[in-house]
Design a protein around this ligand. Sequence first.
Ligand SMILES: CC(C)[C@H](C(=O)O)[C@@H](O)C(=O)O
Ligand code: SF4
Length: 470
Amino acid sequence: MSSKTLFDKVWDLHTVGTLPSGQTQLLIGLHLIHEVTSPQAFAMLRERGLKVLFPERTVATVDHIVPTENQARPFADDLAEEMMQALEHNTKNFGIRFYNVGSGNQGIVHVIAPEQGLTQPGMTVACGDSHTSTHGAFGAIAFGIGTSQVRDVLASQTLALSKLKVRKIEVNGELPPGIYAKDVILHIIRKLGVNGGVGYAYEYAGSTFTAMNMEERMTVCNMSIEGGARCGYINPDQVTFDYLKGKDFAPKGKDWEKAVAWWQSICSDEDAVYDDVVTFDAAEIEPTVTWGITPGQGIGISETVPTPESLADSEKAIASEAYQYMQLTPGKSIKGTKIDVCFIGSCTNGRISDLREAAKFAKGHHVAAGVKAFVVPGSERVKQQAEAEGLDQIFTEAGFEWREPGCSMCLAMNPDKLQGDQISASSSNRNFKGRQGSATGRTLLMSPAMVVAAAVTGEVTDVRKLEQVS
Ligand SMILES: CC(C)[C@H](C(=O)O)[C@@H](O)C(=O)O
Ligand code: SF4
């Protein structure tokens, strides 16, 4: 009888051997690349006269630098144009599939691979991007890598890695209306800390995750990295199989049945042994908003910005940095904080179900005077689907701008940037200082529905109190 976790099974099945360093040489099934972290990797290959070993196992798209308004070439930003040209050139030269702007398949790398069925259970997935953890929602072992590792995967389809420990994070109970996957993961990070997951893979288990659809599961796994875990995953189940069935790259016919049987076999055994187990109750989770400069500085909407006295010693220094930077007062309610910009999008919350949920709340309301609000679909497919459902119209009628797909103001490597010390309500995943394009810009992370509530009231608002107009 085996008693292994999915992590151990997938790891063992992909182990090529043990390196003299003691690290594992791990085979990578799917390699995703984008314009920011791949140019130097290809340059290193060229320097050494190396080829891409299995070009069919790498898929490229462009996401970080693409403008969401004027996409005419050459891009106004020279550096963006340079990265774009490098990717176009490299993918052509090395025979790699590239989903360019206008292909109908372009988008944020962590949105497009799942939507096309490239990401599958039991795979190892790597990408030069920290939010590769997203793909763990399918029961894959998926993690971000650095540029020299991108080179290693291109050249050898393998990586030298040390095995992680596994922490099971169990959340049980139903999420009431107004409380989302985003709140669950913000709550977990708040409780376990932004470094709590260092050295671990997170396995999310329990009835709260079982009840989630694939896009919600992706939101959770996406932010594993914000909790310090290199990867996070959910055991594949019928929800996973239903989502994958019929997708472009999903197995077909007889292969499908075989694949499902194999996917079931790689799930964690019931008697699997974990390095750690943590349990939460869904009932303790409120709509959650960050007040500080790390994703772990989150509070429930009915709470107040924590006072220094209420914090553990280890949290005090970063909190005092946060009070100053965020210009928020300890002890004051987060509710009512005035907002300048509202951003709906990113690999955390830029999928069709996120836009549907946001539109439900935008309908019949209007963005408050003085607030700039915009929606950036995660991919061209998401945009097309949203338009087919008329969501773009709901948003524009409500005063939101409707943009072209990309990372946009999640990271502001494109023209979408905060100005000065503007404060944003954002459905993205990072609230670091300067993250959204201005050195003094401020970010409050929350669910897309909460972003809409902030947009239409002009301040941080409990979405459960917002009237839904049907
Ligand atoms: C540009 C890229 C390397 C970076 C990452 O790795 O996460 C980005 O996607 C981010 O979200 O900060
Ligand atoms: S949407 Fe944000 S977090 Fe995701 S890949 Fe792009 S920049 Fe990184």
